[in-house]
Design a protein around this ligand. Structure first.
Ligand code: AMP
Length: 132
């Protein structure tokens, strides 16, 4: 059975897409810690990030770097934090979270509730500034 993120890659379920190329996809986290919280995934379904082969691993982080630069341009924050958890969805994903303090990237805190329209606007804004 394919992961929920593979279903997003295959267009079976929707997402607020930020950027993509042939190997990677970035989209907004549906339950964000902060406005602009983005997930970056390889399109290939690999559960554990440290099982990814070196070349794809490097490319994944370079892709995430470009997305992070765009988040920083679009969201008022000190920097973009990066985290890999992977306890919920067994498909490698990098969390990119705009942060002003360490609390902003505390995964145990209550998530934001953003409307579909707001998520759409944020995704479009970040996506428009991604340079791949
Ligand atoms: P974790 O696997 O612990 O890194 O957490 C998985 C993350 O994926 C959580 O932050 C969820 O809010 C997020 N998530 C789960 N399903 C979706 C979805 N359909 N679209 C966007 N984000 C999702």
């Amino acid at each position: 059975m394919s992961s929920i993120f593979s279903k997003i890659v295959n267009g079976e379920i929707p997402c607020h897409k930020v950027a993509e190329n042939d190997k990677f996809l970035a989209f907004l986290d549906i339950n964000p810690l902060a406005k602009g919280h983005t997930l970056v995934i390889p399109k290939q379904e690999i559960d554990y990030i440290f099982d990814i082969d070196d070349e794809l691993y490097k490319e994944l982080f370079l892709f995430a770097k470009q997305v992070a630069h765009s988040i920083k341009k679009c969201v008022n924050c000190k920097r973009v934090g990066i985290a890999v958890v992977g306890l919920e969805v067994p498909h490698t994903h990098i969390h990119l979270v705009p942060i002003n303090s360490v609390y902003d990237i505390d995964f145990s805190k209550p998530k934001l509730k953003l409307s579909n329209d707001e998520l759409k606007m944020i995704a479009e804004r970040i996506g428009s500034k991604v340079v791949l």
